[in-house]
Structures are given as structure tokens and as C-alpha cells.
Design a protein around this ligand. Sequence first.
Ligand code: Q5B
Length: 256
Amino acid sequence: NEVMVTPLIRTTISDDRGDEPCYDGYPASELINKGYEIPHVVGLLWDKRLISKQEAEIIKRIMMLSADHGPCVSGALGTIIAACAGIGMSQSVAAGLIMIGPRFGGAVTDAGRFFKYAVDNKMTVDEFLTYMKKNHGPVPGIGHRVKSLRNPDKRVKELVGYVKSLPIKTPCLDFALQVEQVTAAKKDNLILNVDGTMAAVLVDIGFPVDSLNGFFILSRTIGLIGHWVDQKRQDSRLIRLFDYLVNYAAPKRREV
Ligand code: Q5B
């Protein structure tokens, strides 16, 4: 007797029931043997689309440029502190990943969403900035703690230069660069940052807005794993902040 069961979940991206996984219908071994690369797998699993060679090259460059940004950024610091506390790899990497949010690394989705909104609605830069100020606050994808007009972000210049050398239309990137002209003139660290650049480029090559933070998360995971292995290799010891790094603003000890 056949028993009919209502499926618990529905998937539309992959199938593991044969002798190997198929990503959006493409067997993994065929992808490997026909010269496809990791960005193609990203395209299939995140956007159900076998992306072109040109798009794959753009994604590869985005991943390489954003894989790590040193030990001082929120994500790496979270992973390093956890590693030094003796925490295992997956939890330490998760501690770093949890830092990815609206201010650090996780502004890609919203940057893409809002740049696209502006382009779709044919907004001028001034209209866009007024709209953002009134409705949402700081523009995602704009601003950096240490990079500025005086200390430009080479990653951004590199990606913009490469994408602009290709025969593709880049309305979001063009708009984001126009926004930067206005914001950076007001304050010199309000440049188009790595999140904003990735976002604009990825929207221009058709990736869905909701997938965009995934590009930072995926790439930066490479770096976070590196930081964990690095601390482990050095047999690093527990980190405890020195008192002089803290502004103790709590009331002095008093009687109850
Ligand atoms: N203001 C990133 O801010 C940062 C403004 C703005 C209008 C803005 C800030 C921000 C949007 C989120 C974003 C991704 C927090 C950054 C990344 C990866 C990384 C990291 C690394 C890597 C820096 C001071 C004054 C205030 C603000 C105004 C600032 N941003 N106004 N639009 N976007 N950006 N995040 O310098 O009048 O004084 O009150 O939130 O895109 O995460 O390497 O570090 O690879 O790991 O700390 O590159 O820009 O200054 O926040 O104190 O603001 O500027 O309103 O104005 P800051 P804040 P006022 S890339």
C-alpha cells in the first residue's frame, strides 16, 4: 500500500537522490568536468541560473577582494577572540559571521535594494539622499571607518575599473558612483564602500537583492576560517581586555 504524506519542505534548487548532487538540475561532476567554477555553483544555487563566463569572472573577483580585511574588523575580531578562548572552528567562525550586519559587511543587500529603487524610480541623487534621510537613515554602501578620499579603497577602485572595462550596462553602479560624488564632497569618508560597490555590480548583473549579503558572508567566511586556523597554529591564549582600554563610567563603589 502506498502511503500519501504531505511533504514537510519544498526545495527548488537541488536534488541529492541520484548518485551525485544536481544543482538546479546540473550534475556536480558535469559542472566540474566542463570547466565551470565556484561562481557558477553560486549562480545555480542562489539564483537558479547558469551564469555566463563574464559574470562568473566578476563574482570571482568580488570574492577574492572581500575574502579578508585584516584582524581589526568586527568579524575577524569576533572570530579571533573566540579562537583565543579555545572555541572550535564552527562556533568561532559563527561568532565572526554574527557581526555581519548593517554597519559591517551586511550592508550589501540594502545597498542593492536602495540603489535599485533609485534607478527604477529614475531618482536624482539629491532626491535619493533626501528620501534616504527622511525614511531610512545612513545610506547603506556609503561610508567607511578608515577609507576615505585621502585613503581610497583599492578594492573598490579595482572592481569598478574592471566592471567598467566590460561591454555591459551598469546603471546601479553609475548611480552609486554619482551618490559618492555628493556624499564624499560633504565628508571625505562617505565614499562608495566595498559593500555598496559589490551591491551595485551584483544588481547590474541580475542577482536578486535578497541574495546579496550572501556574497560578503561567503567570501568573508574564507578569511574568518583563516583567522581561526592562524590563532590555533600559534596556540594563542585567552584574550582579556586591559583596564586602560575601558572607560569605566559606572558609579564608584558605594554602600547599599
Ligand atoms: N554617516 C561604515 O561610519 C560606517 C553615513 C552617514 C549618510 C552614510 C558608516 C555606515 C553605511 C553602512 C555600510 C559597510 C559605520 C561598510 C564594511 C566592510 C569592511 C569593513 C572595514 C571590510 C562608518 C559619523 C557621521 C554621522 C553619520 C554620517 C556615516 N555614514 N551619513 N550616509 N552612509 N555606513 N557599511 O565613520 O552628523 O556626525 O551624526 O553606517 O555601508 O563593513 O574594513 O572596516 O572589508 O571588512 O564610523 O570594509 O559609514 O561614522 O557612523 O559615527 O557616522 O557620518 O550620520 O553624521 P563612521 P559614524 P553626524 S564596509
